[in-house]
Design a protein around this ligand. Sequence first.
Ligand SMILES: Cc1cc2nc3c(=O)[nH]c(=O)nc-3n(C[C@H](O)[C@H](O)[C@H](O)COP(=O)(O)O)c2cc1C
Length: 185
Amino acid sequence: MNETIKTLLNRRSIRSYTPEQLKDDDLQIILKTGKFAPSAMNQQSWHFTVVQNKEILQRINQVIRAIFLKSGNAHFEEMAKADTFHVFYNAPTLIIVSGDEKAIAPQCDCALAMGNLFLAASSLGIGSCWIHALTQLDTTPEGTKLISDLGIPSGNKIFASGAFGYAASETPTPAPRKDNAVNII
Ligand SMILES: Cc1cc2nc3c(=O)[nH]c(=O)nc-3n(C[C@H](O)[C@H](O)[C@H](O)COP(=O)(O)O)c2cc1C
């Protein structure tokens, strides 16, 4: 089995991180792989926003917490009430991938780019996890202001975001995969 296949099979979502920050060289190569993802008509509709500032990370968590508390979803409300609530598991780096809403397929472009970031990170021994809640930032005035303060280009929508950092515990065993998901004709 070659190293690429091993990385594809061994990457897992990590939900517990050490405070150690990514090395800048690693961050740069991870971001480069995102830019080399396929995109519809090569529009590269993505924009990558990397957040490592602790105060801003905390602010993002608080805005998401407020969204969860008012979500009307009992599961999310319970999560947000916990003192330890941290939507991206205290990861030291958050990468938000926003896409130009006028592009052909920005959601697909951004998801493929995020997939590359995850796999590149995994190949470097860096953990990651998709954090979906950030796609809801634009549903409240506080979240909309945050999007603007983060410098996310106007006309872009957040389609993907991911936590990145070093795993604080052992890589989890893979969640079971469905065995009826393939039909070869
Ligand atoms: C679109 C999408 C949204 C997800 N949202 C979250 C999330 O908000 N929080 C989280 O902890 N994991 C999230 N995940 C991670 C999945 O739970 C995880 O990929 C899945 O359970 C399989 O586990 P694995 O990544 O370790 O193979 C998300 C994954 C995807 C693709």
